[in-house]
Write a protein that binds this ligand. Structure first.
Ligand SMILES: Nc1ncnc2c1ncn2[C@@H]1O[C@H](COP(=O)(O)OP(=O)(O)OP(=O)(O)O)[C@@H](O)[C@H]1O
Ligand SMILES: [Mg+2]
Length: 496
């Protein structure tokens, strides 16, 4: 008998709120992970991620996407779709509900349709990239496995929707969902110079455009690397886009004396572009320069000390830049503090990844807060999530133990206990004559419980049946995001 060695193409897709990336590796050569760096409209410029943007015409066709759409000025009959990823999670009780207000899409399209459109563009670009990299013959005979990442706090329903949307977009075959901070953690733990030893505890902070996701791990085995979650993942809405809001406040303070001369839609978008492309990304450590300039489009004012205008440029002091960054960074630090407290202050390393996670000033503030912790910014922090997704696909079971993010259980009737049950739950069972309580919850796992990879959880369950003919019964699996799940079943719980 001959053994057949299958060599697969492992593809990671980081579908981000503001930017998306794709990485791939051949399972026969797992040490070489490639990233798509050329995107339509980026000309000679390379980028490991492409903007999650699309411009729609009135008839629903897409005239530009990604880097192409970033450069375009929107015409009155066009609609821009942005931040549409967050519309896939309609769990309004969590913070994504607020975030969705930033999202825009053509009104006649559903969120799932818009995401399908975007993922179809990503899929088609990937396929043509793979064909040109490997040649059509090799491409045609290589099975592809896809690993698509989602935020840590994504509900089970949102994960299922993401999966079905990805299938509709063409990602067929093996398709698995990976949590973004878990993928980032896997990538960080695989950095060569990071010598993680058994017992080391580290926190991953994935600071992106919209959201900041955090989770902490302990190394349970150094070689092969195995890690376990030591906290439940948390997150907040304090990504780099919120710096833009603070910057706008500063602009209004400086320039409102000129009416809408500079603060009109066009003027503001050009100021934001300058801020995003230069000021924001280069704002770093304390010893940097003290003045930060941006060009003021259509400026015919030579000098205006009060507005801080000099030779057609708007000048900002370091203190002003700090006032833009600090309100957002303080929220990131609160999230980090919460994780460190949950780990019983045992964290030794903080890895900062994601676009905002690459920022120098963010790193220096966090290091200043935690002098005893090593705060590390991997050189390719922006692509950590997508590379981690590929590593996850190449070597399974790196994360051996996870903390359950929500409680799962079934509604049932229990033996009556006057101490713990309410009077309105009381009844006498017609089959056994026992006193019982209705509408109780039997939780299989509760938030924060540790579960092993691929572990199945079973609980005994007795159904007193009146009819001998019916042999099977179905029960709804319910879940609760409350820190302490309720004892009684209620409409506020979610069905799975
Ligand atoms: N050096 C930097 N300093 C500050 N912000 C940066 C820097 N580099 C990139 N960014 C910003 O990071 C954001 C993109 O980061 P990333 O791609 O990690 O986010 P995302 O994956 O789209 O968002 P999310 O993870 O919230 O879904 C953009 O807003 C970009 O302007
Ligand atoms: Mg991201």
């Amino acid at each position: 008998m001959t053994a057949v060695l299958t060599i697969d193409e492992i593809v990671g897709i980081d579908f981000g709120t503001t930017y998306s990336g794709v990485a791939f590796a051949y399972s026969g050569d797992p040490n070489t992970i490639s990233l798509i760096r050329h995107w339509p409209g980026s000309n000679q410029q390379t980028s490991v991620k492409n903007a999650s943007l699309m411009i729609f015409e009135e008839d629903g066709t897409i005239s530009a996407w990604g880097a192409q759409a970033e450069k375009k000025t929107l015409k009155s009959n066009q609609t821009i779709a942005r931040w549409f990823k967050l519309l896939l999670d309609d769990t309004h009780s969590n913070y994504l509900g607020t975030a969705s207000r930033h999202a825009s899409k053509p009104p006649r399209k559903t969120a799932a349709e818009v995401v399908t459109d975007y993922l179809t563009l990503i899929h088609d670009h990937l396929i043509s990239h793979l064909k040109s990299t490997y040649g059509c013959m090799l491409f045609n005979c290589t099975p592809i496995e896809y690993y698509i990442t989602v935020p840590a706090i994504w509900s089970d329903k949102a994960q299922a929707v993401t999966k079905s949307v990805a299938v509709n977009a063409g990602f067929k075959g093996k398709l698995e969902i990976v949590r973004e901070p878990e993928a980032a953690a896997i990538a960080c733990a695989h950095i060569e110079h990071v010598d993680l030893k058994e017992g080391n505890r580290f926190l991953v902070c994935d600071a992106g455009g919209g959201t900041v996701d955090l989770i902490s791990y302990q190394v349970t085995n150094a070689l092969p690397l195995q890690i376990k979650e030591i906290t439940v993942g948390t997150g907040g809405l304090c990504g780099a886009t919120y710096l833009e809001h603070e910057f706008e406040k500063l602009l209004r303070k400086r320039l409102s004396k000129f009416g809408d001369k500079f603060l009109n839609e066009r003027g503001l978008s050009s100021l934001f572009r300058e801020f995003n492309d230069y000021l924001k990304v280069n704002f770093g450590e304390d010893d940097d320069e003290d003045e930060f300039n941006i060009t003021l489009c259509g400026c015919d004012i030579d000098e205006d000390e009060e507005a801080g205008i000099s030779v057609g440029c708007l000048i900002f002091s370091r203190a002003e830049m700090v006032s833009v960054f600090d309100p957002v960074i303080n929220k990131v630090i609160d999230l980090i503090e919460n994780q460190i407290a949950k780990s019983n202050r045992t964290i030794e390393i903080i890895f900062l990844v994601g676009g905002f996670g690459s920022n120098g000033y963010l790193r220096s503030r966090i290091q200043g807060m935690y002098p005893d912790i090593s705060v590390q910014q991997p050189s390719d922090a922006w692509s950590a999530v997508v590379r981690g997704a590929v590593i996850h696909g190449l070597c399974e079971k790196i994360v051996t133990t996870r903390k359950v993010r929500q409680s799962y259980g079934v509604s049932c009737n229990c033996h009556w206990d006057p101490e713990s049950h309410d009077k309105d739950q009381h009844y006498v069972c017609k089959v056994t004559g026992d006193e019982k309580a209705s509408g109780c919850m039997s939780w299989y796992v509760t938030q924060g419980d540790e579960v092993q990879h691929a572990e199945s959880i079973k609980l005994p369950f007795i159904h007193n049946a009146r009819s001998k003919k019916r042999t099977s019964y179905e029960y709804d699996l319910l879940c609760s995001v409350a820190e302490t799940p309720p004892k009684r079943s209620s409409h506020r719980m979610m069905f799975l």
